[in-house]
Write a protein of this length. Structure first.
Lengths: 298, 236
């Protein structure tokens, strides 16, 4: 039972981060292969604020989100000036730099990482794992709600327009830079939130937890579930979270399997499992006879 | 003077595409620029809209210089374009496409009223409102692109090769629509076309562009009768 709870906590935390990545990659169409950097920034920020500054999780959380937003903005600003493959490389670079900062500066505990991160309290009650799972699910629901709302705002629509055709969008009064940056900042804030939850769940973090492979696995979740769909990242996180548990003996081949899955998806179902023309959605349509269209219809 | 382009030059990687082009459009006019493929017509519109930087010269719009202004800010001031091949947002519904046309102006534009007006002109867009734009035919996408550009009541509408890839019957229809928008709504239009005959017929004035230079300009009717134009562009 406790084992299942632990798996579920990890899945819901990763789903929050994946939802954030989906805003950047799926909604605004900007590839990011450095999402784990912002996951790490959230985790380290919360860890430092609670262990060194003596704040509680809740006292630190607004600051953590603010730090994630500011760093997302500052790192997004130069990155989003480049496109596609260059953007991919730039974001990979950001991931390695952030990881290196955590690994080599004494302030962040170098290779020893940060331990003794306190548990989360709610109304004076120390959360056990079941309760922590409840809290993670609460934040996951909140994340999904915000993502859904975002698709119905002008900012959200302008992101979709930029994803489809940046040039045409600009001729409609949409600032491509602003649309991309807003998506980037929203995405990094969710990564920061996920990072904070992660830090207080494992209670010991080190730079290796936020390396490039983590970014890849987040990207795999988004691609597998369906870029630009609301539920896709969650589905991807659930599948990729359960698979390694089921196939424990194959744990050493995890990255290989992720990459293989990523390639197969891009080749045969680029829209993901919940994408527009996916077999899942087609089957679902056949069952319900319902036809939905448009970006806000996902 | 609504649009004043003076001595505008544009170059792609050092290769000059427009040389010192000057052109004016008055409020309420329908002006066309005709010329062969590669004459620089699209480049001219790209520079006016801000997609291509000007190498030299100046563009002023409604009295303000906009030469170095970014595209979305020019759009906010009322310059809208119907780009080549429509460029609708294919993964968005027809209605969502139209709504993108009033982005940032939703409080200034009477959206409901404008939609009614445009649905009168383009009934197909109302019918297909909830369909993805990718399901529209080429002609319908062109109509959507025009409607999307017009919904904000722009001061100046730029139209790039609207006849390209359309069946002849549709070409007439689209040109008729542009004429209606100009005569009835008072929309100022700058039209760039390879189809010289159709565009000259509905225009007040016209410019002839040849490999980056304006070689001729004047009243559209006079140009229709001009032997040089007749020979080179009307095929008579």
């Amino acid at each position: 039972m406790d084992y299942l709870v632990n798996v579920a906590i990890v899945i819901s935390i990763q789903a929050i981060a994946a939802c954030g990545l989906n805003v950047i990659v799926g909604y605004a169409g900007q590839i990011s292969l450095g999402h784990a950097a912002f996951f790490g920034i959230g985790a380290y920020a919360s860890a430092m604020l609670t262990t060194k500054a003596g704040l509680t999780f809740w006292g630190a959380l607004p600051l953590v989100l603010l730090i994630a937003a500011i760093l997302g903005f500052l790192l997004g600003l130069p990155s989003l000036r480049v496109k596609e493959d260059f953007l991919a490389i730039t974001t990979i670079g950001i991931n390695f730099i952030v990881e290196a900062v955590f690994l080599y500066t004494p302030f962040f505990g170098k290779a020893l990482g940060i331990g003794g991160i306190p548990r989360i309290y709610v109304f004076g009650q120390r959360l056990n794992n079941q309760m922590l799972l409840g809290l993670c699910l609460f934040f996951l629901a909140l994340t999904l709600l915000i993502c859904w709302r975002f698709t119905r705002t002008w900012a959200g629509l302008s992101c979709f327009a930029v994803r489809e055709n940046e040039t045409a969008a600009s001729s409609m009064g949409i600032s491509p830079v602003r649309a991309k940056l807003s998506a980037f900042v929203i995405g990094t804030v969710f990564a920061g939130l996920a990072g904070a939850l992660y830090a207080h769940y494992v209670r010991f973090i080190s730079a290796g937890d936020f390396g490039f492979p983590v970014s890849i696995s987040m990207m795999s979740m988004v691609v597998l579930g369906g870029m630009g769909t609301l539920w896709g990242p969650l589905l991807g996180a659930v599948i990729l979270g359960i698979l390694p548990e089921v196939f424990r003996p194959l744990i050493d081949y995890r990255m290989f399997l992720y990459s293989l899955l990523l390639l197969l998806m891009i080749r045969f179902q680029p829209g993901g499992l919940l994408g527009e023309h996916s077999f899942v959605r087609t089957a679902f349509r056949g069952l319900t006879g319902k036809e939905k269209g448009g970006v806000a219809g996902v | 003077m609504l649009l004043d382009v003076s001595d505008l030059s544009v170059a792609y990687k050092g290769v000059s595409a427009l040389h010192s082009v000057s052109l004016q459009v008055q409020e309420g006019e329908l002006v066309s620029v005709i010329g062969a493929n590669g004459a620089g017509k699209t480049t001219l519109l790209k520079a006016i809209v801000g997609w291509e930087p000007a190498a030299s010269g100046a563009i002023s719009f409604a009295g303000d210089e906009v030469t170095r202004m970014r595209t979305h800010l020019r759009a906010r001031r009322g310059i809208r374009i119907v780009p080549e091949r429509a460029r609708v947002f294919t993964h968005m519904t027809v209605y969502e496409n139209l709504m993108m046309g009033v982005y940032g102006l939703q409080n200034e534009v009477q959206v409901g009223e404008r939609l009614d007006r445009l649905y009168d002109l383009f009934p197909i867009l109302k019918e297909r409102g909830s369909q993805l734009a990718s399901t529209l035919s080429g002609g319908e996408q062109q109509q959507l692109s025009i409607a999307r550009a017009c919904i904000s009541k722009p001061k100046l509408l730029l139209v790039d090769e609207v006849s390209m890839g359309l069946m002849p019957r549709l070409v007439d229809q689209v040109f008729e629509l542009l004429q209606t928008l100009n005569r009835e709504e008072g929309l100022t239009i700058l039209l760039v076309e390879q189809n010289a005959l159709a565009s000259l017929k509905i225009s007040h004035r016209a410019y002839v562009l040849e490999t980056g230079d304006i070689v001729l300009d004047g009243d559209a009717k006079e140009l229709l009768a001009d032997p040089r134009v007749r020979e080179a562009y009307l095929g008579v």
